[in-house]
Design a protein around this ligand. Structure first.
Ligand SMILES: Cc1cc2nc3c(=O)[nH]c(=O)nc-3n(C[C@H](O)[C@H](O)[C@H](O)COP(=O)(O)OP(=O)(O)OC[C@H]3O[C@@H](n4cnc5c(N)ncnc54)[C@H](O)[C@@H]3O)c2cc1C
Length: 388
């Protein structure tokens, strides 16, 4: 049997398969994305209760109920312990404790490498044909036959890790529908902003995204970058579909009271504001260099607007900077109990190639591992030890 893609999902699948007659292909050396997750600490899962956990994937979360019944957080943590990997929980997010993401990736790859018959690194699959009873897998180096194919070759995000969208092409060629693809968990690029603010952070700030006259508000931490804005609250908002949108950041919640006080301040506007907002932001406030006492009502109103509605015109920065891909193989064509294609027998999909994406917080890796496990379980139950 063949696994295309040695990322989190493909490696978990290979690990849990009883059969050892496995060939696994990767475009590169495998697990590149896993090795850089969670700032090299790998946010592997989350402690949210199941129902809230499922909500983190939006409406498609329902698809995961069966697979989480098979292999959820407890099973994942137990598996890691078996591998000698300890975890730690911070604000509900579970991280690796005694290994970096990079070390964990190497460990997982070496376990799989010892088990499978062939680990074909730097050998991307370019085509798969289904000849009823057998799949013909074509790479740049040759053609391989397999009764079972598992597609775990990822999405389009962070293409330097190997996931450049070729998995969608393979799935489409096999007759599957790919829903609209969009970058998700991505920073926003902004017009005329924000190089002077680079590195400025705001904690637990209220941010509103306006898309086609609809307002979506979230709260969380934000960081200005040289190209725009990033951070958890932006990643959360990036789950919404849009080409161009307006982002409003509430720099201060009590701007009305602050403006009343500003009116009686005997110094420059920026000196007063820097008591409440980061200095770099106070420097770009309207009339920042003016003496506060000299300002009239409409000028004060402009400052109030700046504080309560710091406005940016934004778009998603693209797949290069996105952590995950929104969209993928349509779930209507995949069995949620087995992750097998409903169109072609013995074809399975796992991980990011599917139209399932979680919020930041460990939800994507849990899904990648759970789907890999469930595919292995399905194949084990159907074939036991006897497949080629
Ligand atoms: C910087 C960054 C940090 C992240 N941090 C976290 C985190 O802390 N927690 C979390 O839950 N999620 C995190 N994510 C998201 C998470 O890493 C992914 O959702 C997850 O790794 C997807 O796993 P996968 O196995 O489906 O795909 P991938 O990990 O992308 O693996 C797919 C594999 O397939 C290979 N491949 C692609 N095309 C072919 C082909 N044609 N032939 C052969 N091989 C091919 C690729 O080389 C790759 O190795 C992060 C993502 C990024 C980019």
């Amino acid at each position: 049997m063949a696994i295309v893609g040695a990322g989190a999902s493909g490696l978990a699948c290979a690990y849990f398969l009883k059969n050892r007659n496995i060939i696994i292909f990767d475009k590169y050396e495998g697990a590149r994305k896993l090795s850089i997750t969670g700032n090299n600490r790998c946010n592997i899962t989350n402690m949210l209760p199941l129902e809230e956990f499922l909500e983190q994937y939006g409406k498609n979360g329902r698809f995961l109920r069966d697979t989480f019944n098979n292999f959820f957080r407890e099973e994942l943590i137990e598996w890691l312990e078996d591998l000698g990997v300890k975890t730690t929980t911070e604000n509900g997010r579970v991280f690796l404790k005694n290994k970096s993401s990079e070390q964990f990736s190497e460990l997982l790859k070496s376990k799989v490498e010892h088990k499978v018959s062939l680990f074909k690194k730097f050998e991307p699959v370019v085509d798969i044909a289904n000849d009823r009873k057998v799949f013909l897998i074509r790479t740049q180096k040759g053609i391989y036959k397999s009764k079972v194919v598992v597609l775990t070759c990822g999405g389009m995000s962070f293409p330097k890790t190997g996931s450049r969208g070729s998995c969608y092409k393979l799935a489409r060629k096999l007759g599957h529908t790919i829903t609209d693809l969009e970058p998700m968990e991505t920073p926003f690029c902004a017009k005329n902003c924000c190089s002077s603010l680079k590195g400025t952070t705001l904690s637990n700030v209220k941010v509103t995204l306006t898309v086609n006259n609809k307002n979506i508000t979230e709260r969380g931490d934000l960081i200005f970058t040289h190209f725009g804005v990033s951070g958890p609250v932006i990643f959360k908002l990036s789950g919404n579909s849009f080409q161009q949108a307006i982002l409003r950041i509430e720099l201060l919640e009590n701007s009305k009271e602050i403006i009343k006080k500003l009116h009686f301040y005997r110094g420059k506007v920026r000196n007063f504001l820097s008591q409440f907002i980061p200095a770099r932001l106070s420097q770009i406030a309207p009339y920042s260099e003016e003496l506060a006492a000299n300002l009239n009502k409409s000028q004060l109103n402009l400052i109030k607007e700046f504080l309560s509605n710091f406005t940016l015109e934004v778009k998603k920065c693209g797949f290069d900077r996105a952590f995950v891909t929104k969209g993928g193989v349509s779930l209507k064509e995949v069995n949620p109990k087995t992750f097998e294609s409903k169109l072609i027998k013995n074809l399975f999909f796992g991980g990011e190639v599917l139209d399932i994406q979680g919020n930041i917080g460990g939800f994507n890796l849990q899904f990648a591992f759970s789907s890999g496990y469930t595919i292995a379980k399905s194949i084990n139950e159907r074939f036991g030890q006897i497949i080629a």
